[in-house]
Design a protein around this ligand. Structure first.
Ligand SMILES: Cc1cc2nc3c(=O)[nH]c(=O)nc-3n(C[C@H](O)[C@H](O)[C@H](O)COP(=O)(O)OP(=O)(O)OC[C@H]3O[C@@H](n4cnc5c(N)ncnc54)[C@H](O)[C@@H]3O)c2cc1C
Length: 402
């Protein structure tokens, strides 16, 4: 094993770390406390990230992006999330669709949609699965025709007419381009009778609803939006009926590892803050970092976060090599990293004592942010169930046999 980063990975890590230190950290607590979701959207940071090439990091080089591998996306995601999880999520929603752009789109779709996204410094992407009646039930674990997943797309001549409501979607109501999951055959399960469509936000019939107000990832949006007789050309069909299982496995191969890396960044931010605090705060006659009770907590944090990172990097490494076990390891890495980060934030708040809840320290924000990934990108329970289901299948590849 070689843990040295290559030149490109090291350069992107340095760029993202500097952005987090110089741009995000100095202003993030003020922005986090602004009262409405709309005023918190960090358009200036999105433009700044675009100037550095970070917004289009996952876009293939032939289309003007950096075309980095999944491991690099994980490294950059962690660094940005040390600054702010919400901002890292805004970026990651763009990156995790990289393989959709390169592998799922037809050449005509690539020509039509990618340049628009690349050229617009404020453009972001979003993927809409979740609906009021289908949260975990769109994850493929309980895959039955009876789930309450209502968005439909009906073929009408050379177009499809989409109707439905999506909620909680990251970058929802701010993104310019959406990938929408809809039932094209409601008599079948979502895996068999679902399809994915490309829907630009200026399509007639696409109606932004509202931003959900929330306690975590406050700089990112989670939107509810509606598709009301939203007509798209048949050429906007991205993934057809019967091929839905390819969406996650082949077209979003690094999504769980990338999500895990972002929440890991919050845990690291909490650890770094608590460590510095413990070196400076004197009680019991010495810096509290030297008190065994506190040192144990710092050691626990470092241990869990480092182990989580190794698992994430392995999942990313496998995904970059299109190994079949990458998906299962990604699910496990997301569960493990979100638990490790949440635990690290809790321990950081123990280290800070009363300061943990005070607004002049960032730890209460880290705790709120880390909580979001216990259930976003699939609840941890359902991610574990999906991983266990894959592990117990007859054709499951060993997690150790690569
Ligand atoms: C920050 C954030 C970002 C998100 N971004 C997006 C996005 O970009 N696009 C998108 O489409 N969606 C997005 N979502 C939605 C997300 O995918 C869902 O919230 C998630 O899948 C869980 O669905 P739910 O909230 O309806 O919970 P529910 O499905 O109602 O789950 C409630 C509880 O029941 C348990 N449960 C449910 N089903 C089962 C089962 N079969 N077996 C055992 N236990 C079960 C769950 O584990 C959980 O404990 C986001 C959510 C959040 C919080």
């Amino acid at each position: 094993m070689d843990f040295n980063l290559n030149e490109e990975q090291a350069r992107w890590r340095a760029t993202a770390r500097e952005f987090a230190e110089q741009v995000i950290k100095p202003d993030v607590l003020r922005r986090d406390r602004l009262s409405t979701a709309a005023e918190r959207i960090p358009w200036d940071w999105i433009r700044g990230a675009d100037r550095l090439g970070m917004r289009t990091l996952g876009v293939p080089k032939v289309f003007g992006g950096a075309g980095t591998d999944i491991l690099t996306l994980c490294i950059v995601g962690e660094e940005l999330a040390v600054g702010d999880l919400g901002f890292a999520v805004i970026m990651d929603q763009c990156w995790k669709m990289g393989h959709i752009l390169s592998d799922a789109m037809t050449p005509e779709q690539q020509k039509k949609f990618i340049p628009r996204f690349v050229k617009d410094p404020e453009a972001t992407l979003a993927i809409g699965f979740t609906e009021p009646g289908a949260g975990s039930d769109h994850q493929g674990y309980h895959d039955s025709p009876d789930i309450d997943f209502r968005t439909t797309a009906v073929r009408d001549g050379d177009s499809y007419v989409i109707n439905g409501t999506k909620r909680y979607v990251s970058n929802g109501c701010m993104a310019k381009l959406y990938f929408i999951v809809a039932r094209t055959d409601p008599s079948k399960s979502l895996r068999e009778g679902g399809s994915v469509f490309i829907v630009p936000s200026d399509t007639p019939g696409f109606r932004a609803g509202f931003f959900h107000e929330k306690s975590s990832q406050r700089l990112a949006t989670n939107g509810t939006f509606h598709l009301e007789n939203c007509r798209v050309p048949a050429g906007n069909l991205l993934v057809g009926e019967g091929l839905m299982s390819r969406l996650r496995a082949e077209y979003m191969p690094g999504s769980k590892a990338e999500a895990a890396a972002t929440v890991l960044g919050v845990g690291r931010a909490a650890y770094e803050y608590a460590l510095q605090f413990a070196k400076e705060r004197v009680q019991g006659g010495k810096p509290i970092a030297q008190l065994q009770a506190v040192a144990m907590m710092l050691g626990q944090m470092a241990m869990r976060l480092d182990a989580a990172r190794l698992q994430i990097w392995k999942a990313a490494w496998l995904a970059d090599r299109k190994q079949p076990e990458a998906r299962t390891l990604g699910l496990l890495a997301k569960v493990n990293a979100s638990e490790a980060a949440f635990e690290a934030c809790k321990l950081a708040s123990e280290v800070l004592g009363g300061a943990a809840i005070m607004y002049d320290h960032p730890v209460e924000k880290y705790l709120r942010d880390a909580a979001s990934f216990l259930h976003s990108d699939g609840t941890n329970q359902v991610c574990l169930l999906r991983a266990a289901q894959a592990l117990s299948s007859e054709t499951s590849p060993s997690l150790y046999g690569f």
